[in-house]
Design a protein around this ligand. Sequence first.
Ligand code: PEP
Length: 260
Amino acid sequence: MRKALVAGNWKMHGRIEQNRVLVDALLTQLSGLPEADIDVVICPPQVYLAQIKTLLQGSAVALGSQDVSRFAADGAHTGDSSAAMLNDLGVRYVLIGHSERRHEQSETDEQVAAKIASALLSGLTPIVCVGESLEQRESGQVTDMISAQLKGALSSLQRAEAEKLVIAYEPVWAIGTGKTATSEQAQEVHAFIREYLSSAFDEDLSQSIRLLYGGSVNSTNAALLFEQVDIDGGLIGGASLKSDEFTAICRAAALSTING
Ligand code: PEP
């Protein structure tokens, strides 16, 4: 059975005092959730990773980064933070290939693959993001797009590396728009991702990897999404900045582990 995972992507939000208040509230509200049923991750902006690491000390909530350098070795890469540096700071998960980075920073599939390799080398768990645009969905290219992104991200990985990944399906048209994919639409693509993993690797790997849905998840729609057989949790943007909302989403995910 796959354990639920919920990751909060704060994007470019936060200030020192605001972060303290939010994490304090979150830790209080999340304290009733059994660790056996859910992994919770918070991905703040990189400048606040050290602060959040301190605030999370003693709790089961893990630290995640929103990005990682594609270069593994230290060197002349101004502005970058390597996977080894993130690991040094206590980071355990890293978002790779988020659609905002693919679009705003023109991140390519090759760069996504290099970041995955670099993260794995330093023992970080990549949360690899894939998803189609509205135009691609409307022109019937969803599975072509998802296959192409998965191929770009995974084709150079050995099985033992691939089994360490988490994959997040995030339709671009649903991110930050308030338009959530229906549970049927989301389930259909998650099932397709499992089929892809099964043919690229094998059925055991396909059934063991955690697949998250992301795109305007909130406390109202989370339960129905997480009830779907191939959805193991969520990557949460806007709602991760509100402790009540985020906690309710985590609770829905934990319940989906309990209910199988
Ligand atoms: C995200 O940032 O990955 C995301 C899904 O954002 P939102 O939940 O705000 O749509």
